[in-house]
Design a protein around this ligand. Structure first.
Ligand SMILES: O=C(O)c1ccc(O)c(O)c1
Ligand SMILES: [Mg+2]
Length: 634
C-alpha cells in the first residue's frame, strides 16, 4: 500500500514536515495549500526537495466552493482553478482535491454540479492534471460519498474522479460497504482519519479531534478492507486535523502516523484473509477469503498478547527508600546482581528490580517493564517493524539476553519468555533463601500505572495496542486538585496484564514553569489485604493517609457495619464494590516519582477502584504540599 500523509497533520515549517515524513518512511505527502503559501520555498524548490527525499507529491488541496453555483460565478471559479493547475504543474502534482461546496452553492441539481465539474475536468486535462471530488460531511448539497460519486459519473470526464475520506463517511454513520460498489478507476484518492466518538457538530469534530487510525472509535480496518475489495490501489493518505498533533514534536507525530498505517494494514489484511469484512447494513458477509486484490497490504509478525508481568524495574540513585517499602510489604531480598548495582526483590510472582545504574540524581521512577510472551524474538521483531526503537540488556556470555523496545515515553518494554522462574534471576546472588513462601501474602503484580506526557497519550495507546496487543477499555477522567487526569486502561482479555495510562495535567507554577506532581505506581495483588496492611503497619511503613471524610462517605454509600468501617479507617484501606464483587486497596507514601499499591479483588471485581482515585490524588497532593511543594519538571 502506498502510504501518504497531509502536511496539515503535523507541526513545523513545510521543510521540517517533509523531512519528518521522509524520515518516518512515508512514500508520499499531500501538500496542504496553507503550508505552501506561507513557505519561503518556491514550488520548484519544494518539488526538488521532495525528489531528494524520495517523497512523491500525491495531492494538492483543498480547492473549495466550486460546483453548484450560479453560471455567473463559474468563470471566476475556473480562473481560480487554472491558477492552481499552473501551480501544480510547477510542483509536479497531478491531483487536486475539490471539496464539495459549503458556501456558494445555490443550485441543488446534480446535472448542474456535474456539468460544472466536467468543465473543471476539461481545464484540468489541458494542464495534464485531474481533480478528486470529496463530499465534506457538511457540504451544502453534497455530503455523502455516494452522492459525490454519482455526480462524478454524470460528469463523465477522465480527469474527474472522487476522493474518499473516512472521516466524512464514518462521522455521519454512513455505511462504508457501498465503497465496494464504486468504480475503482473513479476513486482518485483516499484519505484516512479516525476520531473519538463524541457528540458535537461534525465540522468542529473534524477540524480539531481527528486522530490516526486505531486511536479513535471508527472501524478503519474494515474501511480499508472495503477499499481493497473495491479494487483501489492508489495512495492511502492520513489527513488529521488535531490541535495536539499540530503542536507536538513533528518527527514523533510522523512516526506515530506511519505506525498507525502499518498496524492498520495488518488488521485489514487479517480481516480480508478471514473473509470477515462484515457489511454494517446487516447483509450477509461476502466470504472471499483468499481472494487477491490490487492493493498490497503489509502484514506484521503475528504475536499473542502477553501472559503476565515478568518484572517491573524502578530506577533510582537512592535504592534504600524503595527497598525499605518492599521489605515492609513482605518482599524478600533475592540479592544483588553479580555485576551491576541492581537489586532483586520478590514475593509470589511479583518481581521488582531496583536499578541504580545510570541513575545519578534520579529519584525513584518506573523505568522498565518485562512482559512474558510466548515468542519474545517475534514480539521484538513486530515492535521494531512498527518503528519502535530496540533496546537490549546484558552483554556477558553467561547472562540472559533481554530484548525490548522503548515505549513512546521512554519506558523500556522487554519481551520475556513465559516462565514462573525467569532464568535471569540466577544472575542475582542469593541473599535470602527462597521458599519463605508461607509469608508470601502478595501473589503477583496486579497492574501498573504509567503517567504519560499529554502530547504522547494517543501515541502511547497506539504503541501498546499494536506492539503488545493490549486491548483498550473506555477512558475515564479523574478529578484531581491539579486538573482532570485522563485515564486509559489497556489490558489483556484475561486481566493477566493491566496497564493504566494517565495523562498528566499540565500545571503552570507562578513563574510559568510546567510543574508535574503525578507519580506512577505498581499495584500488587493479595487475597488477604488486612494481613498485608497490618504487617506493613507493624513494620513501620508510611501509608498514604486517607481523609476521615472518605469513611463517612463510604458508610453512606454502602451498608457496611461500623466495625468494618473502623477497620478500614484504622488501616487506611479504601473500598469499592460493584455488581461483580468488592475491591480493597491501600497506597504507600510516594517516594520520588512513584509509590506502591496493594489490592484485593473479591468475587468478579474487575475495575481499579475508580471512585477512590480522586481521594488518592487529593491525598497525594496534600502530602506533596506539606512536604514542601511540587517537584518541577519540564
Ligand atoms: O475541513 C475542511 O475544510 C476540509 C478540507 C479538506 C479536506 O480534505 C477535508 O477532509 C476537510
Ligand atoms: Mg479530506
Amino acid at each position: 500500500m502506498r502510504t501518504s500523509i497531509a502536511t496539515v497533520c503535523i507541526s513545523g515549517t513545510l521543510e521540517e514536515k517533509m523531512l519528518a515524513c521522509a524520515r518516518a518512511g512515508f512514500d508520499g505527502i499531500e501538500i496542504f495549500e496553507q503550508d505552501l503559501v506561507v513557505s519561503p520555498m518556491s514550488p520548484e524548490e519544494v518539488r526538488a526537495l521532495a525528489n531528494r527525499l524520495g517523497l512523491t507529491l500525491d495531492l494538492y488541496q483543498p480547492f473549495r466552493d466550486f460546483e453548484g453555483v450560479d453560471e455567473a460565478l463559474l468563470p471566476e471559479n475556473l480562473r481560480r482553478a487554472e491558477a492552481k493547475f499552473e501551480l501544480m504543474n510547477r510542483l509536479g502534482i497531478d491531483t487536486m482535491l475539490v471539496c464539495s461546496n459549503v458556501a456558494t452553492a445555490t443550485v441543488d441539481d446534480d446535472a448542474v454540479a456535474a456539468s460544472q465539474l466536467r468543465r473543471l475536468g476539461e481545464a484540468a486535462a489541458r494542464h495534464g492534471v485531474r481533480i478528486a471530488y470529496e463530499a465534506l460531511a457538511w457540504g451544502r448539497y453534497v455530503n455523502t460519498y455516494r452522492h459525490a460519486h454519482r455526480i462524478v459519473e454524470l460528469a463523465d470526464h477522465p480527469a474527474v474522479g472522487t476522493c474518499l475520506d473516512s472521516f466524512h463517511i464514518l462521522s455521519r454513520g454512513d455505511d462504508p460497504s457501498g465503497i465496494e460498489d464504486l468504480l475503482a478507476e473513479k476513486i482518485f484518492f483516499v484519505q484516512l482519519a479516525d476520531a473519538p466518538v463524541l457528540s458535537m457538530d461534525i465540522l468542529s469534530w473534524s477540524r480539531h479531534y481527528r486522530v490516526f487510525p486505531g486511536q479513535g472509535g471508527f472501524d478503519l480496518a474494515g474501511f480499508l478492507a472495503h477499499l481493497a475489495r473495491a479494487g483501489y490501489a492508489g495512495p492511502v493518505s492520513l489527513e488529521i486535523f488535531n490541535d495536539t498533533f499540530r503542536q507536538s514534536n513533528v518527527e514523533r507525530t510522523a512516526l506515530d502516523g506511519l505506525r498507525s498505517l502499518l498496524w492498520l494494514q495488518d488488521r485489514a489484511a487479517a480481516r480480508l484473509a478471514a473473509g470477515t469484512v462484515v457489511p454494517e447494513n446487516g447483509a450477509a458477509p461476502r466470504n472471499d477469503a483468499g481472494a487477491a486484490y490490487p492493493m498490497h497490504l503489509a502484514s506484521l509478525p503475528d504475536v499473542q498478547a502477553p501472559t503476565g508481568f515478568d518484572f517491573a524495574e524502578i530506577r533510582t540513585d537512592e535504592p534504600e527508600s524503595v527497598a525499605q517499602m518492599l521489605a515492609q510489604l513482605g518482599f524478600g531480598f533475592r540479592g544483588q546482581h553479580r555485576r551491576k548495582p541492581v537489586q532483586l526483590w520478590t514475593q509470589g510472582q511479583a518481581r521488582i528490580v531496583i536499578n541504580g545504574q545510570r541513575a545519578r540524581g534520579a529519584t525513584p521512577s518506573i523505568s522498565a517493564l518485562g512482559f512474558q510472551v510466548a515468542e519474545p524474538r517475534r514480539g521484538v521483531e513486530r515492535a521494531v517493524q512498527l518503528r519502535a526503537r530496540a533496546v537490549s540488556r546484558h552483554n556477558t556470555a553467561d547472562e540472559q539476553e533481554l530484548r525490548g523496545v522503548n515505549a513512546p515515553d521512554g519506558t523500556e518494554v522487554f519481551y520475556c519468555p513465559a516462565t514462573p522462574r525467569p532464568a535471569w534471576m540466577g544472575e542475582f546472588g542469593a541473599a535470602a533463601p527462597e521458599g519463605d513462601e508461607a509469608a508470601a501474602l502478595i501473589e503477583a503484580v496486579d497492574h501498573v500505572n504509567l503517567a504519560q506526557p499529554w502530547q504522547a497519550f494517543d501515541e502511547a495507546v497506539l504503541f501498546y495496542e499494536s506492539a503488545l496487543r493490549l486491548e483498550t477499555r473506555p477512558a475515564t477522567e479523574v478529578p484531581s486538585p491539579l486538573g482532570l487526569v485522563r485515564s486509559q486502561v489497556m489490558r489483556t482479555a484475561d486481566g493477566s496484564i493491566r496497564l493504566a495510562l494517565n495523562i498528566v495535567p499540565q500545571v503552570l507554577d507562578g513563574a510559568g514553569a510546567s510543574a508535574r506532581a503525578y507519580p506512577e505506581h505498581v499495584a500488587f495483588r493479595t487475597s488477604d489485604i488486612f494481613a498485608v496492611a497490618r504487617r506493613a503497619k507493624a513494620a513501620g511503613m508510611d501509608f498514604l493517609p486517607v481523609p476521615r471524610n472518605y469513611y463517612q462517605d463510604l458508610a453512606a454509600r454502602f451498608p457496611l457495619d461500623e466495625a468494618t468501617i473502623d477497620t478500614l479507617r484504622g488501616l487506611d484501606l479504601l473500598y469499592d464494590r460493584d455488581e461483580h464483587g468488592a475491591f480493597l486497596h491501600f497506597y504507600t507514601e510516594t517516594v520520588g516519582e512513584m509509590f506502591l499499591e496493594v489490592v484485593q479483588r473479591d468475587g468478579g471485581y474487575d475495575g481499579y477502584g475508580a471512585p477512590n482515585a480522586p481521594v488518592r490524588l487529593a491525598a497525594q497532593f496534600e502530602r506533596n504540599r506539606l512536604r514542601g511543594g511540587q517537584r518541577t519538571t519540564t
